[in-house]
Design a protein around this ligand. Structure first.
Ligand SMILES: Cc1ncc(COP(=O)(O)O)c(C=O)c1O
Length: 372
C-alpha cells in the first residue's frame, strides 16, 4: 500500500471490545490474567505493553517499512536506547552537525560510559571511511542536518557501515517516511522525534525507533524500553497516532511553502545565504533530489549585518512565532546559536525556519516587512 493509505490505516484498527473506530485511550496500568497466570490478550502491565503504544508501534513500523518499532517518551529517549543497546568499548561515527541534543548525549553521557564517538563531516564519505575503527559499531546519519540542511548520501554511508561490520542508523525526523526511505537506502535502524512532524501539532513529546529486522539487537532495544520505562503515556501515543493520517498531505504543504519561502529569501538583498536542499545552488541538491521525494519544510538563512540584525529580523516577524522545535502547523523562527548554547558551531547571523501550513504569501509578506 502507498504511504497515504498506510498513514490512515496502519495501527488504526476497530476496537474489538466496543467497535470504536478510533482506538479508545486505555489508561489502565494493569491487565487481568487468566487463572493459569497467562495473559493471552498480550497485555500484563503498561510499562511492558499498552494497546495505544502497540497501535503506534505498528503504525511506525508500517510507515517506515520496518519489521518492528519501539515508542519512547521523546526522540532523545529513543536515541538514548539505541546507544544503550551498544556495549561500552564500542565506537560510533556521527556527523559534526548532528542534533545538538544527540551530540550532548554522546559526549556527556555515553563517553564516560565507554562509548567513543568520532564526529565527521558526513557529506564527505572519505571522512566517514577514515574514521572507521575495529571497534566501530554504529554510524549515525542525520539528513537533512540541523541547522545548515546538509545532505548525507544514506546509501554511501550505509555501505561504509556494512563493510565495517557496523550498523547504520538514520534520524529521519526532518524528512519523515513520506519524503525519505532510509531502509530502502540501506539503513538498519531509523529514529524519530515524533514530537515533530509525526505528531504534527506541537502538543506531544515522543520518540520512535524502527528496526529493519526484528533481530537480537532490536530485542535488546525492546528490553531497554520495557525495563527502563522511558515510554510514552497512552494519551501521548494516541496523540501521535491521531496526527499521522494527515502526515503525507502536511508534508506536501510544508515542502511547497518552504520552497516558495527559500526562493524568496534567495532573492532578498538583506539575506547573505539560504540553506535549503530544494535550491539548485545548495551543495546537497543533487543527492537530495535522488534520495528525497521533496526537500522538506525546514530551512535556514543568514542575514547580512551579523547577530544583531538577525535578532532584529526575528523580533519583527508577526506570523512566524519565535520558538524552537519544528513540524507543527504554525511557522516558527529561531536564532539557532542561542538555542544551542556556548558550544554551538552555528553562524551567529543564522535564523532557522520551520515553515508551517499557513498561506505561503502571508509567510513571505511577513519576512518582507521583517527584512526591510
Ligand atoms: C533531528 C532531531 N532528532 C532528535 C530530536 C530530539 O527529540 P525530542 O526533543 O523529542 O527529544 C530533535 C529535537 O529537536 C531533532 O530535531
Amino acid at each position: 500500500m502507498r504511504i497515504e493509505t498506510l498513514a490512515v490505516h496502519a495501527g488504526h484498527e476497530i476496537d474489538p471490545g466496543t467497535g470504536a473506530v478510533t482506538l479508545p485511550i486505555v489508561l489502565s496500568t494493569t491487565f487481568e490474567r487468566e487463572a493459569d497466570g497467562s495473559y493471552p490478550r498480550g497485555y500484563s502491565y503498561s510499562r511492558s505493553a499498552n494497546p495505544n503504544r502497540h497501535a503506534l508501534e505498528q503504525c511506525l513500523a508500517a510507515l517506515e517499512g520496518g519489521a518492528a518499532a519501539a515508542a519512547f517518551s521523546s526522540g532523545s529517549a529513543a536515541t538514548m536506547a539505541l546507544f544503550q543497546a551498544l556495549a561500552p568499548g564500542g565506537h560510533v561515527i556521527a556527523p559534526t552537525d548532528v542534533y545538538h541534543g544527540t551530540a550532548r548525549l554522546l559526549r556527556e553521557v555515553f563517553a564516560p560510559w565507554g562509548l567513543e564517538t568520532s564526529f565527521v563531516d558526513m557529506t564527505d564519505p572519505g571522512q566517514v571511511e577514515r574514521a572507521v575503527r575495529a571497534q566501530t559499531r554504529l554510524i549515525w546519519v542525520e539528513t537533512p542536518s540541523n541547522p545548515l540542511l546538509k545532505i548525507t548520501d544514506i546509501a554511501r554511508v550505509a555501505g561504509i557501515a556494512h563493510a565495517a561490520g557496523a550498523l547504520c542508523a538514520c534520524d529521519n525526523t526532518w524528512a519523515t517516511p513520506v519524503l525519505q526511505r532510509p531502509f530502502e537506502l540501506g539503513a538498519d535502524l531509523i529514529v524519530h522525534a515524533t514530537t515533530k512532524y509525526l505528531g504534527g501539532h506541537g502538543d506531544v513529546l515522543g520518540g520512535g525507533l524502527i528496526a529493519k529486522a526484528d533481530d537480537a539487537f532490536f530485542q535488546r532495544i525492546r528490553k531497554i524500553q520495557t525495563t527502563g520505562g522511558a515510554v510514552p503515556s497512552p494519551f501521548e501515543c494516541w496523540l501521535v497516532l491521531r496526527g499521522i493520517p494527515t502526515l503525507p498531505y502536511r508534508m506536501r504543504g510544508h515542502a511547497e511553502n518552504a520552497l516558495k519561502v527559500a526562493t524568496f529569501l534567495g532573492k532578498n538583498p538583506a539575506v547573505e545565504a539560504v540553506h535549503y536542499p530544494g535550491l539548485k545552488e545548495h551543495p546537497g541538491y543533487e543527492v537530495a533530489s535522488r534520495q528525497m521525494r521533496e526537500p522538506g519544510g525546514m530551512l535556514s538563512f543568514q542575514v547580512k549585518g551579523g547577530q544583531d540584525r538577525a535578532f532584529d529580523v526575528a523580533a519583527k516577524v508577526k506570523v512566524f512565532t519565535r520558538a524552537t522545535s519544528l513540524g507543527g502547523a504554525e511557522s516558527l523562527i529561531e536564532h539557532r546559536a542561542s538555542v544551542e548554547g556556548p558550544e554551538t558551531r552555528t553562524p551567529d547571523n543564522l535564523l532557522r525556519l520551520s515553515v508551517g501550513l499557513e498561506h505561503a504569501d502571508d509567510l513571505i509578506d511577513d519576512l518582507v516587512q521583517a527584512l526591510a
